[in-house]
Design a protein around this ligand. Sequence first.
Ligand code: G3H
Ligand code: 13P
Ligand code: ZN
Length: 331
Amino acid sequence: MPLMTTRPMFADAYSGGYAVGAFNVNNMEIIQGIMQACAEENAPVILQISKGARRYADMAYLRALIDVAVKKYPRIPIAIHLDHGDTLDLVKQCIADGFTSVMIDGSHEPFDDNIALTRSVADYAHAHGVPVEAELGMLGGIEEDVVGASAEEYAANIEKYLTDPTQAHDFWQRSGCDSLAVAIGTSHGAYKFKHEARLAFDRIDAIMKICPSLPLVMHGSSSVLEEFVNLINQYGGQMPNAKGVPESAVTRGAGMGVCKVNIDTDIRLAMTAKIREVFATKPSEFDPRMYLGPARDAIVAMVRHKLRVLGASGKAEQIMARYQASPEYKG
Ligand code: G3H
Ligand code: 13P
Ligand code: ZN
C-alpha cells in the first residue's frame, strides 16, 4: 500500500470522534518505535518531519526509512507530513521528496500575510494532490508568565494569542487550507504550564460550529509523562517543574473535532530517560544498542498508550477502506 494523504484519515477521524497521532521522526529508532506501536495497535499514523529533522538526519536517509516502514507494514495507513514548514520553497522540496501532507506555519505573520503565504502553498500543493495544514493564533500557555507578558498585558491581548473563531472562518475560506492548527493554550516543549493546565475548549467548540467539516490540529500536545521526567531527574538530569497537557484534555479535544494531535516532546523524554538510566546504572556500557534499544522499547510503549488516549487504536482498516474508495487510490 503506498503512502496516503491525510484526507482519508481526517475524514474518518472527524466522523468517528477520534484523532490521528502525528509523531516527529528524527532517526531510525524513533521511526521503528512509532511503527511497531501503530502495528500493535492497528492504528493509522502521521510521520512528521520538521525542517530541523531534514537537516539533522538528511532527508534521503529519512525517506529510505519511511519506504521500509511502508513495505514492512502494508496494512497501516501512513502519511508523511512536513511539520512547521516556513516557506513555499521548503514545501516544494518536500512534495518532490514524496511528502503526502504539508504544514505551512504563517502564524507569526500578520493575518493577511499568513493568508497570502498559505494560499500560495495551497495552490501549489493542491496542484500536486497534497493537502495543507495551516496555523492561526500563537501557541502559548493561557498564563501571562508563560507567554512573557504581564497579567494586564496578557488579559488585554488574549485575542492575539488564541485563535479567533470568526477569523478562523475567514482564514479557512481565503487561504484554501485543508486543516487548521489552533492556539488554545498548548505550547511546544516540556514546560507548558507553570500553574494548573488550562485549555480554551470553548474556542474549539466555537471554531467547529463556525467552520463545520474543517479538521482541527492540536500542536504542543505532549503530556510530559511523569514516569520519564522522574527518571531523567533521578539519573542526573535537571527538568524541575516540567509539565504537559493532561491526557484527559487530549482525549477531550479528539472528541470535539481535533483530527490530528502532534507529539514530539514525549518521544524526546522517553529516549532521554532510558538512555540516562542505562548510563547511570551501567556506567561501563558503551554499546549504543544497549541504550538505544531500551529507548526504542520505551517509545513503543509510550506511543501505544498515546494511540489509546487519542482513540486511534483499531482504526487502520476503516481508513484503508476510505482510502481505497477515494480518488487518490491508484490501485
Ligand atoms: O514543533 C516542533 C517540533 O517539536 C519539532 O521540533 O524543529 O526541533 O525538530 P524541531
Ligand atoms: P510537543 O512539544 O508538545 O510534543 O508538540 C510537538 C508539536 O507540536 C510538533 O509540531
Ligand atoms: Zn508544532
